[in-house]
Design a binder for this molecule. Structure first.
Ligand SMILES: Nc1ncnc2c1ncn2[C@@H]1O[C@H](COP(=O)(O)OP(=O)(O)OP(=O)(O)O)[C@@H](O)[C@H]1O
Ligand SMILES: [Mg+2]
Length: 253
């Protein structure tokens, strides 16, 4: 079992989209995949078609994070196991404080399901709070999506700082892959940012093109792109990204 956390403290980087769609495609190849939604926004949960009203706080990582309990039973959706989220998961941000070792509780809980999964993909919230640390500390590897926009560049110093701090908890934690996202090759700004990322970050994936409609519509439908728009150009983008992620994580998918 390998655990990869999709991390960027900056919002709207493409974390949840990558988690859902790469997770779905890797499960299709026969890997046993667990997704964990660590974001109280619960986008991963809703974009997989699960209404947040159906999610009890006890079914999220909350009892793991605040009390060191085992993982709750996962939901099963689109061929994936999912530990869902809902808005009250935000209470874990204060619930973890003052509990010694809480930042390592998810890593410890995952140890007990090692035989059950080949891959655990964790979707981080856009923050550097307790839940983000919980996710990073649980990871063997980080996957870091970065928009090819000014805001992507502006996030880089914070990213370096955060990953440096997480490495104190987990010295062997590495970034397996940086993924440029929302790339529009027609914009010189995007091309310039991509060149900067190529000059400074390694390993770096091919950029994921900016193609809004299918992504947003698939969220509304609660379906991975591979279900909602199988064979579409966006699906081809997802398949390319999936191969790159699988290679970066050393998965035989
Ligand atoms: N390649 C793409 N082209 C266009 N839109 C995209 C693309 N990938 C994702 N999106 C859309 O961009 C929005 C932001 O993406 P996403 O939610 O995955 O980022 P995030 O990093 O998880 O955001 P947050 O920090 O809020 O959790 C979503 O509406 C998503 O559907
Ligand atoms: Mg997200």
């Amino acid at each position: 079992m390998i655990t990869a956390t999709v991390f960027n403290h900056a919002g709207g980087a493409g974390k949840t989209s990558l988690t859902r769609d790469v997770g779905y495609e890797l499960a299709l190849t026969g890997l046993r995949v667990l997704l964990i939604d660590l974001d109280p926004q619960a986008n991963l949960t809703t974009w997989l078609g699960i209404p947040v009203q159906d999610v009890a706080l006890s079914g999220t990582v909350y009892p793991v994070a605040t009390d060191g309990q085992p993982l709750p039973p996962p939901m099963y959706v689109h061929g994936l196991d999912l530990i869902p989220s809902q808005v009250d998961l935000a209470l874990a941000e204060t619930g973890m404080l003052g509990v010694p070792g809480s930042q390592l509780f998810l890593r410890q809980a995952l140890e007990t399901v090692r035989d059950r999964y080949d891959l655990v993909l964790i979707d981080s919230p856009p923050s550097v709070g307790q839940l983000a640390i919980l996710g990073a500390a649980a990871a063997d590897r980080l996957i870091v999506p970065i928009p090819t926009r000014a805001k992507g560049l502006h996030a880089l110093p914070g990213l370096q700082k955060a990953t440096g701090l997480y490495r104190r908890l987990r010295p062997e934690l590495e970034v397996a892959l940086y993924v440029p996202t929302f790339y529009d090759a027609r914009r010189s700004h995007d091309r310039e940012v991509l060149e900067t990322l190529q000059a400074h970050l390694s390993p770096l994936a091919e950029p994921v093109p900016d193609r809004a409609a299918v992504w947003i519509d698939s969220n509304l439908a609660g379906e991975p792109v591979g279900v909602f728009a199988k064979g579409s150009p966006v699906h081809e983008d997802v398949l390319r990204l999936t191969s790159r992620v699988a290679a970066a994580l050393g998965l035989s998918a």
